[in-house]
Design a protein around this ligand. Sequence first.
Ligand SMILES: Cc1ncc(C[n+]2csc(CCOP(=O)(O)OP(=O)(O)O)c2C)c(N)n1
Length: 550
Amino acid sequence: MATKASDLFVQALEAEGVEYIFGIPGEENLDLLESLRTSKIKLILTRHEQGAGFMASTYGRLTGKTGVCLATLGPGATNFVTCAAYAQLGAMPMMMITGQKPIKLSKQGHFQVVDIVGMMRPLTKYTEQIKSADNIPARVREAFRRAEEERPGAVHLELPEDIARDDSDSMVLKRSFHRRPVADDKAISVAVEAIRNAKRPLLMIGAGANRKRTSRMLEEFENKLGIPFFTTQMGKGVVDETHGLFMGTAALSDGDFVHRAVEHADVIINVGHDVVEKPPFFMRKGLRTVIHVNFSTAEVDTVYFPQIEVVGDIANSIWRLKEALEPQPHWDFSFFQKVQAAHDAHILEGATDSRFPLHPARLVADMRSIMPPDGIVCLDNGMYKIWFARYYRCNQGNTMLLDNALATMGAGLPSAMAAKMIFPDRKVVAVAGDGGFMMNSQELETAVRLGLDLTVVLLRDNAYGMIKWKQAHMGFANFGMDMGNPDFVKYAESYGVTGHRPKSAAEFATMLKNCVNGTGVHLIDTPVDYSDNHRVLNNQIRDLSSKLEP
Ligand SMILES: Cc1ncc(C[n+]2csc(CCOP(=O)(O)OP(=O)(O)O)c2C)c(N)n1
């Protein structure tokens, strides 16, 4: 019996295991919406397509399954642009569904018509208009396959109104089971040889290692071999950062403690890094060997051209490297230990600073002591990201959701909402600046409507702080950075969110604890003191790290 195309589309989504669709429909999606109404899939209505796209991306990031979002044609679809880039650069499996005017015969000319498939081409792994109802099962299956396959990313399907209304005899295609290919034996033995012969090997963990199974393999590798490790921002938590071999997170462009260790290493085992995430500049011709351990070959760049590549499932590669290697008596980690001790002493500074407005290091220390090991902190994009990346120690992967790929503002709150929906039993906090928060603050209404237990920490400096810091660092006068703000407590309350405003650092810590352990949506509006940015993040680090001698 023939099936209506929009029903077939929804059945295909169900066959992929889709639980939620985040979005805002338009009239061109109404057939699809009607098919969704009677399906098992839950529609999560948001207040801006950007909120929906960020939520779908975070769903993909945290589950490894494609997060799905929906918008209408034209203006709805164009609002997805930033989210497409966010998922694509951040390697998050995410699918956008958009509507379109009838393609066979439209009475409305070009009203609201934009070439969305063309617009999505540079932003996605796969973008197609569905031109026939019969193609729906294959298009949907292919979109999911591409979104989830390493390296994961964004995909897009456009379902025109008239096609959605057609009938088809096609049948939904089931997901097929496959395993990732593993690295070649020769590549493993070349890498083993290089690591065995190294004098000062160092391990770097990047975003691509933040996958199921890889954490356990890396932890076993570390425990057996004792090679010091550091992470990129998006590799945080893959191995517990309270591990005795953790050297820190590369959060600044240069001059940090971690960079001194990198300069000193003769072999770097680079697990899951990709050039989208600003790496420490470790390529030095003839000075050290870089071993690229990843799902795919290295994208060649002026900052990255590894000499050895181990390409295949990362967890399997790490396991085989671990099995083939034994700790070597000639490995010398003494300088790394010096760097680690200096770094550890340095990041204690500020943790108990009682100044108010709040010192960022104190904020991070309080957050760490209040959040349980599996608690999730979702950062928007701003100055505090550097402080969190350097100072916050993650115990598990994906417990600090930050975006060091597109590095967009506006994703903190929607990401936290998706995290809470996926893990209702875990504590979730969003941290945002007054700039980034206001880019998607309307999603507070969605959070309240969904009945989420969530805390938003809003850092108020009445400025685009991070750029202000860079502007000052470049010796420019303060210009174009300062703005005013609404009364955030009243603003929160108008959404049904409980608003708080501390008057001291101690009060902030108590408030944060109560909010995290409470129910409902809470917003803590706290002023932040960024006056130490320059002293600590520029001068002090450079001073202290440059004094370290091998
Ligand atoms: C969508 C977007 N617009 C602009 C930028 C550039 N940018 C990066 S950080 C930043 C300032 C962020 O200000 P705020 O959210 O208030 O946080 P703060 O740095 O003050 O803590 C800006 C404008 C960006 N990354 N993303």
